[in-house]
Design a protein around this ligand. Structure first.
Ligand code: GLY
Length: 369
C-alpha cells in the first residue's frame, strides 16, 4: 500500500509519498518534482545502518554524500556554513537540489542550508525517524538553535517532495520510536478522534512492533492532518500553533534536562499530561475525558524517564522564553479529543499548581513501574 498526500500551498503544491520500500521510487519522483542534480545530506548513523547508498536510495559513494555527525548539538549555524562550503566544493549550482535523508536534525539542517545556499535551492525531505515522518519533515520549518534557545534562527522552505519509507523505522531503537510516537498521540488529541480510538484499541502496539500496514495508516493520518494545517496557515499566524500542544511545558522540561535527560518526545509526553490538567482546570475539558487521556498517556510514561525539577524553574523558562517574552504564554488546551483551543488565560497560580501535580504524577508513575 502506498499513500500520497498533496500539501496545497498558494505558491506550489507538493506530494508526500508514504509506503513500505517507497525509497525505490526516488528517481521517478525526482525526475518529476526535483531539479538539476541531487546532492545528498545524511548523518553517520543513517549511513552506518543503511550503507553508503542509503538503502538503495542513491547510487553515490560515501564521498558524494555530505555525512554529518548525529545529534541536536549539530543544529548550529556553523553546521550550515560547513554544509554550504561542501556544496561549493562539490559544485552544486542554483539549479540543483539538496536531498536531506535522516531524522529531524538532518531535515532541519538540510532544509535551512537549501534555503540559503546560493540564495535558495530546492530541497527534498526523506525522513528516517518517526518524529521526522509525522512532524518535522512536513510543512517547511527549518532552522538551528542558539545558546539562548532552540530554533531561534531559521526559515520556511517547503520541500519539492517528501518520501516516507516505513522500512527506515526498522533500525530505530525503542526510545527513539517512542519519542516520535509522542507526536502521533499529539496529532490524535488535537485533530483526529478516530486516530485516538485506534491507538486506544492497540494500533500503538502494532506500530511499536513495526507492523508496516499500521505504520502506513497511522503516519498517513498524521501527515494528512498536518498537511491540512500547513495549507491553511503556512507561516504559523494562528491555526498552526495548535501543533504546539504539550510543547510549552515540554520544551521547558527538555531544557531543564539539558536536552539529554529527556528526548523531545519524552518531554512532550510529560508536557501533554500538564496540558490535559490545565484543560480540566481551565474548565474547557470534562474531568472524565481528562482521566481517559491520562490513562492512555500512562502507557508510555511508565517507561520514559522522569526528571527532578522545581515548578519555579519551569515557570521561569516559560515566562522568559524569547518567543513569548512580548506577551503572555499561550497554551494549547483541549475542549475534547480532537478539539484544541488556544488561550493566554492561564494564571501563574494555576500553572504552578499543575506543575506541582506533574511532580507528584512523575513520582507515582515511577514508583508503580
Ligand atoms: N512542529 C510544529 C510545526 O511544524 O509547526
Amino acid at each position: 500500500m502506498t499513500n500520497e498526500i498533496i500539501v496545497k500551498l498558494p505558491e506550489e503544491n507538493y506530494p508526500i509519498v508514504i509506503g513500505e520500500g517507497v525509497r525505490q521510487r526516488f528517481s521517478e519522483l525526482f525526475k518529476k518534482h526535483g531539479q538539476g542534480r541531487a546532492f545528498w545530506l545524511s548523518d553517520k548513523n543513517i549511513v552506518a545502518a543503511w550503507d553508503e547508498n542509503l538503502g538503495g536510495l542513491c547510487s553515490n559513494s560515501h564521498t558524494d554524500i555530505i555525512v554529518m555527525p548525529p545529534g541536536e548539538e549539530q543544529k548550529q549555524i556553523a553546521t550550515i556554513e560547513r554544509v554550504c562550503q561542501i556544496l561549493v566544493t562539490m559544485g552544486a549550482e542554483r539549479g540543483d537540489t539538496l536531498v536531506a535523508c535522516g531524522g529531524g536534525v538532518v531535515g532541519d539542517i538540510g532544509g535551512f542550508a537549501a534555503s540559503v545556499y546560493l540564495r535558495g535551492i530546492p530541497c527534498v525531505q526523506i525522513p528516517t525517524t518517526l518524529l521526522a515522518m509525522v512532524d518535522s519533515s512536513i510543512g517547511g520549518k527549518t532552522g538551528v538553535d542558539l545558546p539562548e534557545g532552540k530554533n531561534l534562527i531559521g526559515s520556511f522552505h517547503q520541500p519539492a517532495f517528501v518520501l516516507i519509507d516505513v522500512e527506515f523505522l526498522k533500525t530505530l531503537n525503542g526510545r527513539q520510536f517512542r519519542s516520535g510516537f509522542a507526536e502521533v498521540v499529539k496529532t490524535a488529541l488535537i485533530g483526529d478522534a478516530s486516530l485516538y480510538r485506534s491507538i486506544e484499541q492497540g494500533a500503538d502496539d502494532r506500530c511499536f512492533q513495526r507492523d508496516a500496514a499500521t505504520l502506513i495508516e497511522t503516519i498517513t493520518a498524521c501527515v494528512k492532518f498536518k498537511a491540512d494545517i500547513v495549507a491553511q496557515d503556512e507561516k504559523e499566524a494562528g491555526l498552526r500553533r495548535n501543533l504546539n500542544f504539550g510543547h510549552t511545558i515540554g520544551h521547558a522540561l527538555e531544557a531543564l534536562g539539558n536536552y539529554a535527560a529527556l528526548s523531545h518526545g519524552e518531554a512532550v509526553f510529560w508536557g501533554m499530561t500538564v496540558a490535559v490538567d490545565l484543560s480540566v482546570q481551565h474548565g474547557s475539558l470534562n474531568h472524565e475525558i481528562g482521566q481517559t487521556i491520562h490513562q492512555l498517556l500512562e502507557r508510555y510514561l511508565k517507561v520514559i524517564p522522569a526528571i527532578h525539577f522545581r515548578p519555579k524553574e519551569v515557570m521561569d523558562l516559560i515566562l522568559n522564553d524569547k518567543k513569548t517574552k512580548a506577551g503572555k504564554p499561550h497554551f494549547v488546551l483541549l475542549e475534547d479529543i480532537g478539539k484544541p483551543i488556544v488561550t493566554d488565560q492561564i494564571s501563574n497560580v494555576i500553572l504552578s499548581n499543575a506543575l506541582e501535580h506533574l511532580k507528584h504524577r512523575m513520582k507515582r508513575i515511577k514508583e508503580s513501574s
